[in-house]
Design a protein around this ligand. Structure first.
Ligand SMILES: Nc1ncnc2c1ncn2[C@@H]1O[C@H](COP(=O)(O)OP(=O)(O)O)[C@@H](O)[C@H]1O
Ligand SMILES: [Mg+2]
Length: 355
């Protein structure tokens, strides 16, 4: 396998959708992902209660973009990511992958398609078998996919290891002999051999030493340029996504509070929750806007078993009014391509805090 095939594959995917499904507008390919009113629930407490992990989100991920998803722990980010990578079925709503709902496919067609939509997890050990050599681990997805013979898989895996910045000799080692950053590179190599269309990166640098996070993020950026990859980049740390994302979705208790271009969301947010996340960011930005506007998030995120009525952020919102408890905010496009769920946000920004 030559790495050139990656590029060809990404630039012109021979998918059924490229021919134009019902959602394709003429001359315009459907988005890599289209998510429609996605809801994912988990029964807990012996089925007596239901966690609304994802509670109705709508978005598209466009070809070649990095779509950032931020929010505190427990807001449903990983659940969304697992659903995007076909590891979880929606409870309701649907996800179209290049215009196709995988739930409508036969078993074998589903398996062939699923390899185009991959996920890399926070824990560098999650996908690595401690008793397998690195090379075997990188070859494994190709073996499962039944692609090529052993020699071809070996070549592809070695090539992928080199591409992610590891020496070919790393292949004979075992996971415990590698650092966290090296293991995360191995996980990237594993996914790369499959030539995916899209990769969900779920907190992929969170477990790594701060000093090497930048290198790994740069590797993701290089691979995106080279192979035309589409990323969904999940993190609780807004400083990680702000630099690498094209658009950012801000998640709270299973719903989006705000979605827009990365620079607008991080520099001129519309939602009080986004503003609070930004002001809680440890690295102060040199921007004058942040002065005198420090709003810390107080209290714990409420239970997703029974989210607050109306606006689910209202119990922690510095600007909450009585209407916020009574009525769920509409999803409004206040600026071009920039959406918010807040009754009182204006194109100028979030409502002022209550006196
Ligand atoms: N398999 C599961 N069973 C029960 N509850 C789950 C399961 N997976 C996630 N949850 C719950 O769903 C909510 C969202 O979790 P998650 O998607 O992991 O959030 P995040 O990645 O933003 O931290 C949390 O309350 C979590 O406890
Ligand atoms: Mg998570």
């Amino acid at each position: 396998m030559s790495m050139g095939r990656h590029a060809t594959h990404s630039a012109a995917p021979a998918t059924d959708a490229a021919a134009g499904g019902p959602l394709a507008t003429p001359g315009d390919r459907p988005p890599v992902l289209r998510v429609e009113d996605l809801r994912i629930r988990f029964p807990v407490n012996n089925g007596l209660e239901t966690v609304k992990a994802v509670d109705g989100v709508d978005f598209e991920v466009r070809q070649g973009e990095t779509f950032g998803v931020i929010g505190e722990s427990g807001s449903g980010k990983t659940t969304i990511g697992r659903a995007l990578a076909c590891l979880l079925q929606p409870t309701s709503g649907r996800i179209l992958h290049d215009g196709v709902d995988p739930a409508t496919l036969s078993r074998s067609a589903f398996r062939r398609r699923r390899r185009d939509y991959q996920i890399i997890f926070q824990d560098p050990n999650a996908a690595l078998n401690p008793r397998m050599t690195i090379l075997d681990s990188v070859m494994e997805p190709l073996r499962i996919a039944g692609e090529g013979d052993d020699a071809a898989r070996r070549r592809a895996a070695t090539e992928a290891l080199v591409r992610v910045g590891l020496a070919p000799e790393a292949g004979v080692r075992y996971p415990h002999q590698l650092s966290g950053g090296q293991k995360q590179r191995v996980n990237i190599a594993r996914v790369l051999t499959l030539r995916p269309r899209m990769i969900v990166c779920d907190e992929v640098v969170a477990a790594l030493d701060v000093s090497i996070r930048g290198d790994v993020l740069n590797l993701f950026a290089d691979l995106q340029r080279e192979f035309g990859l589409t990323y969904v980049f999940i993190t609780h740390d807004i400083s990680v996504v702000s630099h690498i994302s094209d658009r950012i979705a801000v998640t709270y208790l299973g719903k989006f509070m705000e979605l827009g271009p990365a620079d607008a969301v991080t520099e001129k947010p519309l939602h009080p929750y986004t503003q609070a996340l930004l002001s809680a960011e440890p690295v102060p930005l040199p921007s004058s806007m942040r002065v005198n506007r420090r709003i810390m998030l107080e209290g714990e995120i409420p239970s997703p078993v029974s989210p607050p009525s109306g606006c689910r952020f209202r119990t922690r919102c510095p600007s909450a009014q009585t209407r916020c408890a009574a009525e769920e905010p509409a999803w409004r496009e206040l600026r071009p391509d920039h959406w918010v769920a807040c009754h009182f946000a204006t194109p100028e920004g979030p409502p002022p805090p209550n006196a």
